[in-house]
Design a binder for this molecule. Structure first.
Ligand code: FES
Length: 275
């Protein structure tokens, strides 16, 4: 794995093209950082400088973003970033066991790369794919319903150059290629598989079967002031009720204070009467 930066004038041109996609160029920083990873395999100081130059911000500002998100790597990553979800559900379904087995099999620790530069192993947080637990991700493609044995086969295939596919369809590309897609330069794999599998769509199927639907956010047509006012009136009602309740609460609280104070006053008066 080279540790030299490969940022060139072409990279600068692509960084500028990403920034130009946004009304505020600095909004492009996240995909720009992915582009840096697609060239250098990690976030290099040269990549940070290039982003800062293009956006007219300081290198410290770019570093602040690059060091905040865990998808940006400051150490060289192998050809295949292999993540194992060890968040609660995946962990109890076997994610912890898979991670332990891969650590032994690859002879690396968390966030370390194999000696051949092929695989970087990392604990992942929940991938929002719990319905396929335990889940792994290779270069951000899902590999669902894994076992320690299937995980070992997976990394062995990746290291030996066998074509591997996500359990959802797409071919698994290299880390740099995936970073380029994340930068907004799609490759030819876009139609190779669905983004959601059947288990994730069970709720939708049930809703269709039972005729359930969510209320539309556009119940009032745009530009219809009568309907819009009606919608506001509905929204205002609970607020007015809440305000009335709060007001009543304040009055009750004031009455309680008066009540609490009044025995003292009465006692004094009574004392006065007694005199
Ligand atoms: S806990 Fe692993 S995908 Fe949610």
């Amino acid at each position: 794995m080279s540790t030299r930066s490969e940022i060139t004038e072409d990279t600068y041109a692509e960084l500028r093209a990403i920034a130009a996609r946004y009304p505020q160029p600095r909004s492009g920083l996240l995909p720009m950082l992915h582009l840096v990873q697609s060239v250098d395999g990690r976030i290099t100081p040269e990549g940070i400088e290039a982003c800062a130059d293009v956006l007219g911000v300081s290198a410290a500002e770019v570093s602040g973003v690059a060091t905040f998100y865990t998808m940006y790597k400051r150490k060289p990553v192998g050809d295949y970033h292999v993540g194992v979800c060890t968040n609660t559900l995946c962990a109890v379904m076997g994610g912890d066991e898979i991670f332990a087995r891969l650590k032994d099999h690859l002879d690396v620790g968390n966030d370390e790369t194999t000696a051949d530069g092929k695989v970087t192993l990392e604990h992942l947080e929940c991938n929002a794919a719990c319905d396929y637990a335990p889940v792994m991700m290779v270069n951000w493609e899902f590999v669902d319903n894994q076992t320690p044995e299937s995980a070992v086969r997976l990394v062995d295939d990746l290291r030996s150059g066998v074509e591997v596919r996500s359990t959802r369809g797409p071919r698994i590309c290299t880390f740099k290629e995936a970073a380029r897609v994340l930068a907004g330069f799609p490759d030819g794999r876009v139609d190779e598989g669905p983004s959601a599998g059947p288990a994730s769509l069970v709720g939708l199927g049930l809703a269709a079967e039972r005729g359930w639907s969510a209320p539309s956010p556009d119940t009032a047509p745009q530009g219809d002031p009568d309907q819009r006012d009606g919608r506001h009136a509905v929204a205002e009602e609970p607020r007015q009720e809440a305000a009335a309740t709060a007001d009543a609460g304040t009055k009750e609280a004031e009455a309680a204070v008066v009540e609490k104070e009044s025995p003292t006053t009465e006692t004094a008066a009574e004392k006065g009467d007694a005199k």
